[in-house]
Write a protein that binds this ligand. Sequence first.
Ligand code: NDP
Ligand code: OXD
Length: 308
Amino acid sequence: MTLLYKADPERGKQWARLFAVKAPDIPFRLWPDIGDPASVRYLAAWQPPDNPAHTLPNLEVIFSVGAGIDQFDLSGVPPNITVVRMVEPGIVEGMVEYVTQAVLTIHRDLFDYALQQQQRIWREMPVRAAVSRRVGVLGLGMLGTAVLERLRLFGFPCAGWSRSAHRLEGVECHAGVEALDAFLARTDILICLLPLTDATRGLLDKRMFAKLPKGASLINVGRGPQLNQQDLLDALESGQLHNAILDVTNPEPLADSHPFWTHPHVRITPHIASATRPETAVDVVLDNIRRHLDGLPMLGQIDRGRGY
Ligand code: NDP
Ligand code: OXD
């Protein structure tokens, strides 16, 4: 009943230490040292090997080490192998911190002050109350919900958009394509926390930007291919959008010559908004293995039809 880990080797060593203490009965292997392939029933991976069912003939569950599973080629994973994404408190905490700092950076005009500083300009801008800055989150899942719960405490009027209807205290919830325009029209800071699927690829484009109030800003912490990068540059140029904070790009990293690197109204970070924390993730995976052994559904099991 081996668990094979195939992702960042340094974090893999932490997983190995934690497994040795918390679950000494479960053999743990670090890719590429897979031992007997027939004994591997569980795989924790950022990307599974090609043709996983062939490489690991008794594989039953693939745990994504990330919250997203878009990096998996699910067409190569037979339906009898269950795919589980990472639902663990460490990822949530990191994302709440990152998005909070990004919203406050935009809200408190720190982009504009950084430009003033470069020119040695000491000039105050009016300080806007949070209640006058409307925040909107695309995606009301594990992360979008947690981010809104925190942002609400600052006094920002908060809204969210999802596929199915949700109810969240203090959050105006919108659902479905037909509700998107109304959600965008009331959003000054737009945050993308959607999974990458066929329906969300390229969603952040000029049509969407045109529906935001003029001067709105974007924070993309979902996935790079959700954004049409040229449309963003055009929207920044025209003033339709004021600032963008991008933790994800397409590709990652961007080419040296990409205009985002030096754009005064774009801030990029190298996909670090949040990351799985071994200390908390291992508990979740072990709990899921127990559930699986008991024939119970696992937390974070993905729906292949929806793509997330
Ligand atoms: P969840 O699966 O919990 O939530 C996804 C949300 O998106 C749900 O509310 C879902 O709606 C909504 N959604 C999906 N498709 C659509 C659609 N077509 N139209 C409208 N709403 C849609 O995901 P998480 O919150 O855990 O994570 C979200 C994403 O964040 C991940 O997939 C990953 O891409 C990204 N991420 C980025 C990280 C980073 O460091 N930058 C770190 C971790 C995650 P419904 O509720 O109706 O199902
Ligand atoms: C994730 C990520 O999906 O790191 O967890 O982006």
